[in-house]
Design a protein around this ligand. Sequence first.
Ligand SMILES: [Zn+2]
Length: 382
Amino acid sequence: MFRHALRLPFKLLGIPVRLDSSFLLVLPLFAYLIGSQIPAYVALFERNGIHIDTTSLQGGLTPYLLGLVGAIGLFLSVLVHELGHAVVARLYGVEVREITLWFLGGVAQFTDMPRQRGAEAVVAIVGPITSALLALLAGLSWGLVGGHGAALFLLSYLAVTNAFLALFNLLPALPLDGGRVLRSLLALAMPHLRATRLAGAVSGAIAILLGIYGFFTLQLFLVVIAFFVYNAGRAETQAAIVSSAFAGVRVRDLMTPDPVTVEPDLPLSQFAQLMFFRRHTGYPVVDAGHRLLGFARLQDARDAGPDVPVGSIMTPAETVAPDEEAEHALRRIAEGDLGRLMVVDADGRLLGVVSKTDLIRRIRAHAEQQASPGPPWQRDRA
Ligand SMILES: [Zn+2]
């Protein structure tokens, strides 16, 4: 998702923090927007009983410097919100791999989701609580700075935006925190997959309403967020379907055992004939002891002569252990854009091949089974 991200040279609570390129673009924009709307903010604070002397906030670059500090404060608040999730996730034995700041806020990537009942709700609710506490902290600091213009403005700005962050993240739409709380609470009463589907449907409806609201009130940022929530909510639902299809399934359960192999000294003329009759576009190359040497594909054979041995055109093969989780294999195939993985034992001997098609077939069969569950004794646990 974040291909162009800058990693900060230090870690927070042992967690790497990255700044996505969209964050670096949006920071000056936010600084400008805050700086140019200071009178509007001051009027808003005034309505809530906070009087700020604006004479010191006007003129020259002051508003934009104030805007920059405000924008940095906003993103630091988002970072603290994500760290709140990370600290509580740790109590459940789940680590945050990294936190990325981008133009819609922060994303904490977990190594896994806590499996304990209701744990996801606890980890999720900590985010809005953290933001609410930050708002309170900023509010309580008002007394300390007295009537000083710039400091009072920044504290008021952070109090309002953190309160907004807390409320917005409570919307019951995946992948927002409120959506996770909803899914986790639903999962107390029904299988996890059905809870995700239900939460996904609620998320879609909320995203559409948010988009319509943003459109008619001309708040384009809300429309962008609505699009993001809609798409990310769908992706989350699909990921849950995939996870449930592969729950407890190992690579050896799905692999095609004993695939057709070739030996490295086979001439390409015969290799081409094999292709013609078997209609696969590539074959694993093994030695006499059935140890995997590499993978030979038709496209690599094209420019070589008919007497060249297969061994000279083969490429290194991507391998996987038979006891590896099938979901992990799928992730590697998807992320590496691979067609298949060679299943090899500890001694490097080829046991089978697991292909993208094998995995997709499994997901499809599982989805059909879910749609028409059949008698209870035949049902898979979701
Ligand atoms: Zn959160």
